[in-house]
Design a protein around this ligand. Structure first.
Ligand SMILES: C[S@@+](CC[C@H](N)C(=O)[O-])C[C@H]1O[C@@H](n2cnc3c(N)ncnc32)[C@H](O)[C@@H]1O
Length: 444
């Protein structure tokens, strides 16, 4: 079925501008939403885009932190006379569905980078009176907008959907129970969680968790969260308070109490004291996302457990009270370890990572006109490819043997066979070791 596209204006908060595009792209990919850019987005707070369904916009707005709101765009122009001219050409039937006598209305004149007095704003509204719509009594409603579903209008006129900006206030550091000197700003935390495409039920780790701001953000989007940090005092809420007026920390200051404060305790798995340089995770543990803000050695030290002394040992009797020494954990080593750790422990998000358009079957006489994917499971999908014949083949083309397709069976099933074989060998080795260790029948 052919999609019908409508034009919308996305209005963004002019903060963390660098993160905006990445956030929106991540959410479009997370929700599999089709959005067309009518202009290449730059740093301006307004994007002109198209959606084929208003539900898509609502879904996008329900998660976006950078989006302020979204409006259906009737017309736009570089000058006011031009705008009036364009508005005259806007299809009346699309307008009229919003001009109902029993509807309340609100006109908002918003300006960006320039302030207008209330009187000036009213003049702007009045100027539309001059637009020769046939019935002047309804002109003042020109900005009222209730979406396109006449039977099911949204509660608020004006916006198709508004973003999640209120969440930034909800998890503000000003009112958060447990914070520290390096607590991450809520807006950035939410943007990071969105870029990590956190889905409901995702397992999310922050290996440099600090006071857990990123866990709060990830849990807001449905993640089950856990974190680690080298700082025992931090994880136990025993560091010096960072609020100027606070002399001592409350007894129950902790990441868990932050989660309780936001009714997110059910999303909290745990936090553990751990030096990231000495990972303690099982080899086969997999996370859906790792979001973190590692130390960079300015506000906090970059350190790891270790000593420069050679052949250093701790006597048995001191072990229970021993506090390990720390050495410098250089930034380049932190990043190396983080990338290695992520490569090993992140779930593979792209089951079809081998897919790209170049590996589709092709023929010089056939033009690919459609390529639709049907997801079959988390790791497999199939495609409907539609070709149109554009030329009759020459003799040479008829004899063509190579069509550019990789052998799926060979590529995937042989690898699996090998893995199975490796597993059998490993099991046999363990049985043999157990037999040697425990005797004949103890091979479990
Ligand atoms: C920039 S702070 C993280 C702040 C955190 N995003 C928050 O909102 O509070 C970096 C954290 O890394 C921790 N850290 C430093 N070295 C570490 C190491 N080797 N292993 C684990 N954590 C470490 C510090 O204790 C600090 O809490």
């Amino acid at each position: 079925m052919c999609k019908s596209w409508k034009t919308y204006l996305l209005w963004f908060a002019q903060e963390h501008v660098e993160f905006r595009y990445a956030e929106i792209e991540s959410l479009l990919s997370l929700f599999k939403i089709d959005m067309r850019y009518l202009e290449q987005p730059k740093n301006e707070p307004f994007w002109i885009v198209q959606f084929s369904s208003e539900n898509d916009i609502k879904l996008l707005a329900s998660r976006s932190v950078s989006l302020r709101n979204c409006l259906e765009l009737w017309c736009h122009a570089k000058s006011i006379p031009q705008l009036h001219d364009k508005l005259k050409c806007f299809p009346r039937n699309l307008m009229e569905q919003h001009f109902k006598s029993n509807r309340s209305f609100k006109i908002e004149v918003e300006t960006f980078c320039k302030h207008f007095t209330q009187a000036e704003k009213i003049n702007k509204i009045e100027a539309f009176r001059a637009v020769s719509l046939t019935n002047p009594d309804v002109i003042f409603q020109y900005i009222e907008y209730y979406g396109t579903e006449a039977n099911n209008p949204p509660e608020l006129p004006y916006e198709v959907a508004s973003g999640l900006r209120q969440l930034i206030k909800k998890i503000s550091l000003k009112t958060r129970k447990f914070i520290g000197n390096t607590s991450m700003d809520p807006q950035l935390s939410l943007l990071m969680a969105n870029q990590a495409r956190i889905k409901d039920g995702a397992i999310v780790l922050d290996p440099f968790v600090g006071t857990g701001s990123l866990l709060v953000a990830a849990a807001q989007f449905g993640g089950f969260v856990l974190g680690t940090d080298i700082d025992y005092l931090m994880l136990h809420g025993r560091t010096k308070p960072s609020r100027i007026k606070q002399k001592v920390r409350d007894k129950n200051e902790s990441i868990r109490s932050n989660m309780q404060q936001y009714n997110l305790e059910h999303r909290y798995l745990d936090v553990l004291v751990n030096d990231f340089a000495v990972p303690f995770w099982r080899d086969d543990i997999q996370f859906d996302a790792i979001i973190t803000d590692p130390p960079y050695g300015i506000r906090e030290a970059t350190e790891r457990v270790g000593t420069i002394k050679e052949n250093y040992t701790v006597e048995e009797k001191h072990l229970s009270t021993h506090v390990p020494a720390k050495i410098e954990y250089g930034i380049s080593n932190i990043y190396r370890d983080l990338l290695r750790f992520s490569a090993k422990h992140l779930k593979n998000r792209r089951p079809n990572e081998d897919y790209n358009e170049n590996c589709l079957p092709s023929h010089p006489c056939l033009k690919l006109v459609a390529n639709c994917e049907q997801g079959l499971s988390k790791v497999t999908s199939r495609r409907l490819l539609t070709f149109e014949k554009i030329n009759h083949p020459t003799d040479e083309e008829l004899r063509m043997t190579h069509n550019g397709i990789m052998d799926f069976r060979e590529k995937y099933f042989i690898v699996r066979e090998e893995t199975r074989k490796e597993r059998r060998t490993k099991e046999a080795r363990i049985r043999e070791e157990n037999r040697l260790k425990y005797g004949k029948n103890q091979d479990k």
